[in-house]
Design a protein around this ligand. Structure first.
Ligand code: CA
Length: 235
């Protein structure tokens, strides 16, 4: 029998945490609820979850700070994170994504929306969709081992940036619009704004270090991965 996907719920409001857990349980997930950052870290150290639902405002360490740490750590860097936030301000959403979250949900949210986003993120991470390896110039991506390297040096990269890079590398030298990228990389993009693509492209460039110029912005059109990239101008 297939193991149920483990979802770690980090939420300090017991009524919300319980509501989330009940809905996850009824929909084929195995949730674990913790109420603060240190308990979350202990849980992650004990068992690596398949996905983390992370509240932004927690007592003690903030959700954003936890997300940043998990992204830096080799063991946890590829665990999908959905940020739960009471803030609907655009800049706060972008901050959440910048901290390393793959998606965010604004409170109050419907359980249907939450489940749809969890499923979309898990589909994106599904191993059967990414098995091959690709090379463009000196940049190599091996989807089987989940590794990206440039000039034989391994690069750290988050799950969404990995999928984005994989798509751009498979279709190198072509320009892709934001909506095409949402469709091909995010798949189920009903809840995602085009601006999200820009945030992940920015993070992708940061992850690529010396190869960052391979990801080109084509004004008014979208993005392109190219061997002969020009240095990215500061915005
Ligand atoms: Ca909270």
């Amino acid at each position: 029998m297939r193991k149920l996907p483990r979802v770690l719920v980090v939420e300090d409001e017991p009524s919300i945490a319980e509501l989330i857990a009940v809905n996850l349980r009824h929909n084929g997930f195995s949730p674990t609820v913790v109420y603060d950052g240190s308990a979350a870290q202990r849980e992650v150290d004990a068992v690596l979850p398949d996905l983390i639902l992370l509240d932004w405002m927690l007592p003690g360490e903030s959700g954003a700070s936890l997300a940043r740490q998990w992204r830096k750590n080799d063991r946890t860097k590829s665990v999908p994170i959905i940020m739960l936030t009471a803030r609907s301000d655009e800049s706060d959403k972008i901050q959440g994504l910048d901290a390393g979250a793959d998606d965010y949900i604004t409170k109050p949210f419907s359980t249907q929306e939450m489940l749809a986003r969890i499923r979309a993120l898990m589909r994106r991470r599904a191993p059967e969709t990414i098995k091959d390896s690709v090379q463009v110039g000196e940049l190599t991506l091996d989807a089987g081992t989940y590794r990206v390297s440039y000039r034989s040096q391994e690069l750290k990269i988050g799950p969404t940036e990995f999928k984005l890079l994989h798509y751009l590398m498979k279709h190198a030298e072509r320009v892709h619009s934001r909506s095409t990228l949402l469709d091909k990389v995010w798949g189920d993009h009903v809840f995602i704004e085009e601006r999200t693509v820009d945030v992940h492209v920015k993070r992708l460039r940061e992850s690529l270090c010396d190869a960052s110029c391979m990801v080109e912005t084509v004004r008014g059109a979208g993005y392109r991965l190219t061997v002969q990239g020009k240095p990215v101008m500061a915005a």
